[in-house]
Design a protein. Structure first.
Length: 337
């Protein structure tokens, strides 16, 4: 066993199929992928890595999916969190924008109402509201983040550092390790705190994100190309769908060497279903993916002093994380905290 302590989170977006097709139906999307979560029971059983299942509204209101998840949690433990897809979470007022409606423009009272619907479905299923949250499509602007504590969420994992999406929230300069924020108005010092647990993505070269951001500011016509290209060439991460296995190992080593204390992996439940995503067109591709996850879990156990944890547990008394605010990184447009 290694000597470097490391909290490891396996977070899964548990959701309907069809999203990789670019369509956003309100009803009727398939949920046949949920049964495939059984393939991941080796993570808690063999490696002590519990699953954090971030479930969206269709999953939480579908009897067979609820039964499968209840059985999984009963056998292996873990956490049920919430994942918001606003296009299929009520209420559904008429809006002047096409789906998916960005949280940059969605009325905050409507966003809060959708959070409340999601929590009501969670209470109906699990008997209590969710503590942990992730926004669909990573589309969590600061104005929406401010609504999470009031809806009962203690932990968010909607920030992907170093990832740039044109028109999306600015999470580029966010810290790579968990941090506490107060996402309410800056003058509201009594605002409830929220633990942000970003998915683990670190720069290949320390200091390079700030340089890339500064250059993008000087060359606005090239902003999307510069920041998007940075993600493709100079970012290390542990997402097993996005990254090669060697890159995942290098990301973990670099993160810990630079003082990181938590590693947060994520992928989608539909990526376990053959044909459910362009990355995995058949059973052989899914089998290879699961084998990759198994090898990486074993390598983590051999390399670090691993503590398997859920998102919600990171906000507990066993951990201490720094307070952070975008004001500490003045070049940021402040969507990450």
């Amino acid at each position: 066993m290694g000597t470097k302590p490391l909290a490891v989170v396996i977070s899964l977006d548990v959701e309907e199929e069809g999203l990789f097709s670019g369509s956003y139906p309100r009803e009727g999307a398939g949920l046949s992928n949920i049964v495939e979560l059984k393939r991941l029971e080796f993570l808690p059983a063999e490696f002590g890595l519990p699953l954090t299942c971030l479930c969206d509204y269709p999953v939480l209101t579908h009897g067979p999916s609820r039964d499968l998840l209840a059985g999984l949690i009963a056998r292996q433990g873990g956490e049920l969190g919430a994942h918001l897809h606003p296009w299929n979470t009520p209420p559904f007022p008429d809006l002047p924008w096409p789906e998916p409606v960005s949280t940059a423009v969605m009325p905050t009272d409507l966003f809060r109402a959708k959070l409340d619907s999601l929590q009501a479905a969670m209470r109906d299923f699990a008997g209590q509201p969710a503590v942990s949250f992730r926004m669909g499509r990573w589309n969590l602007f600061r104005r929406a983040m401010a609504e999470l504590p009031g809806a009962g969420f203690r932990v968010d994992s909607s920030v992907a550092p170093l990832r740039h999406v044109p028109g999306g929230p600015d999470h580029f300069l966010a810290p790579c390790d968990p941090y506490w924020v107060r996402p309410g108005a800056p003058e509201d010092r009594g605002a409830p705190s929220l633990l942000e647990v970003p998915t683990t993505q670190v720069p290949l070269v320390p200091g390079s994100p700030g340089l890339a951001w500064a250059l993008a500011g000087r060359l606005p016509a090239w902003r999307d190309a510069l920041l998007g290209g940075f993600m493709k060439t100079l970012v290390l991460g542990v997402n097993p769908v996005w990254m090669p296995e060697a890159t995942m190992r290098l990301a973990a080593l670099a993160h810990v060497r630079r003082g990181g204390r938590a590693l947060t992996l994520f992928w989608h439940s539909s990526e376990l279903l053959p044909g459910g995503s362009p990355h995995f067109p058949d059973r052989a591709a899914v089998d290879a993916f699961v084998a990759k996850v198994r090898r990486f879990a074993g390598w983590l156990r051999r390399t670090f002093d691993v503590s398997g944890t859920t998102l919600g547990e990171l906000a507990g008394p066993g951990f201490s994380w720094p307070a952070c605010s975008p004001e500490s990184r003045r070049n940021s447009t402040r969507d990450w905290g």
